[in-house]
Write a protein that binds this ligand. Sequence first.
Ligand SMILES: Cc1ncc(C[n+]2csc(CCOP(=O)(O)OP(=O)(O)O)c2C)c(N)n1
Ligand SMILES: [Mg+2]
Length: 393
Amino acid sequence: MAKGDTGVAARGKRATSRSKRQATGDGGTDLVQLLTPSGERVDSVTGQDGTVYRVDFTDDEYRGLYRDLVLVRKLDAEATALQRQGELGLWASLLGQEAAQVGSGRALRPQDMAFPTYREHGVLYCRGIDPIMPLGLFRGVDQGGWDPNEFKFNMYTIVIGAQTLHATGYAMGVTMDGKTGSDDGEAVIAYFGDGATSQGDVNEAFVWAGVFNAPLVFFCQNNQYAISEPLERQTRIPLYRRAAGFGFPGVRVDGNDVLASYAVTRHALDNARLGQGPSLIEAYTYRMGAHTTSDDPTRYRIASEVEAWQAKDPIARMKAFLTRQQIADDTFFADVDEQARQESVALRERVLTMPNPEPESMFDHVYPNGSPELDAQREQFSRYLASFEGSAH
Ligand SMILES: Cc1ncc(C[n+]2csc(CCOP(=O)(O)OP(=O)(O)O)c2C)c(N)n1
Ligand SMILES: [Mg+2]
């Protein structure tokens, strides 16, 4: 898949005449953007610290990124529909955040470790994890299902911000194991939201990662809301500028631009793996749907705001770019849509036939080698279940 590198000269034919420009955009004058909302390609962008961001993808890779975006959106829509039909207990949609997730997810090298929240279905997809697994989690029939070490993608974390501490500890371990300092070193990425930046855990993670120079990228998807709380209830300054107070770099990227999200994340990860310490990326984006299927966003935000962000849709701008540059045609777009449809049908069938777990299985993976207390609790629970046998209820 997409493997274009930052720092490699982009091919001129894809770029606008603005070969180099200061980062600008709707997120302020400090937004790193390589693809405008209308699908105009920008050759390179110079960040505030002088870093030059650019990508150089082959046509196949550009098409691959588009395919990722569409497939991820479709699986998310299917999951939302399944919840509405009572087949999932809950779903946290990523609608609108596909580019931030696919861009950063594809920027990870195989050896890099990711720590997600509960919304990182796009990153999970990029890590090669079967989407049936998070669906099983939200259906309540298993507790995640994937092996974090196999896929280098930790379990979903609902406790806001907690995974940033797990990631910091893990990243410090990477350094202690001597796995940094070269091109093939390991880097770690921790995902979290704008609301999470107000948590003590996240600020403690910043302190520890900064002081111990941990090989860690803090990737904040600023989707403008923490459930119903808008960004202005979290901060008086742009979130990326918080990094300065902790002693490491911060950058704001257009999170609806898959190319810029890729470039900025790849750069930050490579710095981390080379031993240059942590950094903060604020991916400026928007949660176009509800917080979760339990939420009704019409109670706290106005329709015109959503419409303004729809005009910045991450998939539409990629499609406009591919069309304008004749990298893809209608046959390709139809093929991607058909693949997405088939995959969502298959996913739905698999969800509906997922077996219910045996109640006692909840004790199976609490500890790797069990414990006497756990054995006692399992026996007590089994006796309790047996007490219903033969009764009508
Ligand atoms: C420690 C903790 N406090 C409160 C909650 C309830 N809660 C769930 S999601 C959420 C908002 C998180 O907002 P943000 O960090 O912006 O992430 P987003 O959901 O927007 O991706 C809250 C407060 C929780 N899960 N954990
Ligand atoms: Mg948020």
